[in-house]
Design a protein around this ligand. Sequence first.
Ligand code: GTP
Ligand code: MG
Length: 189
Amino acid sequence: MPDVTFHRSVFSFQDIPNCGLPEICISGRSNVGKSSMLNCLTKKRNLARISQTPGKTRSLNYFLVDKKYFLVDLPGYGYAKVPKSQKIQLSNLTDSYLNKRAELKGLIQLFDARHGPISGDKVMLEWIREWGGNTLFVLTKADKLSTSNKIKLERTYKKEFGLENMVMFSAHTGSGTKEVWSWINNTLK
Ligand code: GTP
Ligand code: MG
């Protein structure tokens, strides 16, 4: 089990730590389960804050792993109180981070396993395709699916995202944990 500690929260691009360590970021809609996944991966219940209220994470939250690299919890998107807009609201901070951060070596994109990529996620998917970097697609809250549905959806998602780049995950049961860590380790090799 890697040693993970909270490093700091960053509220503007200039304040990003400048120590040259590689970074893996965690992206997804508000409330999809980014912070829960971090806590589950590290078996630390209170490492990243979880809430029932979407839009809680407004900063980039840096977590140092084995003193070798950072996991970066991004602010959730899609929490704009603008019901008409189908566009995702990437904050300026997230936007600068994704487009300018040279240390970014891999991205973990979360979707809700029940729905897959929905409306706003498509903008993120487009960005990912253009970026072309190492991406792991995590379908989370898998515990909310029936077994038969899970098997069916897993097959569909693997076809869409590729076998190696897709993990069914549940922060509640811990399923998928091993696969996520092994993807991270391979990406940083
Ligand atoms: P923001 O910080 O607002 O962007 O949200 P987030 O993506 O970090 O989501 P968070 O981890 O705070 O989880 C949101 C809600 O989903 C919480 O009520 C969690 O308990 C619940 N949740 C997260 N992961 C899972 C999961 O794997 N299974 C189930 N059943 N619930 C989950
Ligand atoms: Mg969060």
